[in-house]
Design a protein around this ligand. Structure first.
Ligand code: C5P
Length: 313
């Protein structure tokens, strides 16, 4: 039996524009993803035998019947044509329904974990970013099938997300920032969040296509480096999600007042984050938020290099 333990990092969205509904039912997005140090722990075990997937979870309760981590293990075995048993031990620490990408990150960690173990099991090397047992393109396609955010978690660090979020372009690393996370306790279903977007609220289609977005993407990305820009970070989900959870608007205000360079809803919610250059300021902001929501967590941004380091062990 072979095993690997991975950190499935959470993400935040540095700006999120929803351009409108597409023919396939998904919404066209423009965003910048950034991994942070809050992480689930994912242990993947691979043993010989007939094809089977077994999942055990500890930590936070996971709602819903279909777990994306198990689906990822099945998809990886299928794609590799591997007859083996995969056991996934998932220690859940990223609040489900928070918009921090926990389920997607778990799925990506399982994909990479299975590939890593399968690569070694068959005596092949596996050291590349996306693995040598499966061409990167096939792995990305597999990830996108599991969920729109899964491809990003194959890269980590900071990256542009286009399309339904699955089209990912890595961005250069930025200096580390401290992150304060506020989670009200109740999660948000992604599909429901998209449904409750009001048309006039959406960023108009005419604001695209790509070249016009380069400016906004630069703006999103530099928001953490220049505090004046941080105030202009926009997430199209905020109006509808803040209406449902008024404490989030309050939390965002508190974070800004406490000196956050950027503060925003992450994804479709319900977590709000603030990014700080100064760790003492971040701690003070967290202190001010305690008692207003179920969870207030401190984290920091995680670069692609750090993200990748766990595969070099
Ligand atoms: O891709 P994923 O399974 O994470 O998406 C969950 C749901 O969120 C989709 O079924 C869809 O209703 C909605 N969604 C969307 N547009 C996106 C991403 C997700 O409408 N870009």
């Amino acid at each position: 039996m072979k095993r690997i333990t991975l950190k499935a990092y959470a993400k935040i969205n540095l700006g999120l524009a929803v351009l409108g509904r597409r023919r396939d039912g998904y919404h066209e997005l423009r965003t910048v993803f950034q991994t942070i140090s809050l992480a689930d722990r994912v242990e993947v075990r691979l043993s010989p035998g007939s094809r089977a997937v077994h999942l055990e979870t500890t930590g936070l309760a996971i709602p819903g019947e279909r777990n994306l981590a198990a689906a990822a293990a099945e998809a990886a075995l299928e794609e590799l044509g591997l007859r083996a048993k995969v056991t996934v031990l998932l220690d859940k620490r990223i609040p489900p329904g928070s918009g921090l990408g926990g389920a997607s990150s778990d799925a990506a960690a399982v994909l990479r974990g299975v590939l890593w173990l399968a690569g070694r099991a068959s005596g092949r090397t596996f050291g590349g970013t996306l693995g040598r047992t499966l061409p990167g393109e096939r792995l990305l396609r597999l990830a996108a099938k599991l969920g729109s955010d899964v491809p990003f978690f194959l890269y980590g660090g900071r990256a542009i997300g286009l399309g339904r979020g699955e089209e990912v372009y890595p961005l250069p690393e930025e200096p580390r920032r401290h992150c304060v996370l506020f989670f009200p306790g109740k999660g948000m279903d992604t599909a429901e969040a998209f449904r409750s977007l009001r048309r006039p609220r959406l960023t108009p289609q005419t604001a695209g296509p790509t070249i016009g977005w380069i400016d906004r993407i630069n703006l999103f990305s530099s928001a953490v480096s220049r505090s004046a820009e941080g105030a202009r970070l926009e997430n199209d989900f905020e109006p509808s999600v803040f209406r449902k959870f008024p404490e989030l608007a309050q939390a965002k205000k508190i974070l800004r007042r406490a000196g956050a360079e950027a503060a925003s809803l992450s994804g479709s919610g319900t977590a709000v984050y603030g990014l700080f250059r100064d760790s003492a300021k971040a701690r003070r902001a967290a202190q001010q938020l305690r008692g207003r929501g179920e969870q207030v967590l401190l984290a920091r941004t995680v670069s692609r290099r750090e993200f990748e380091a766990q595969f070099r062990a």
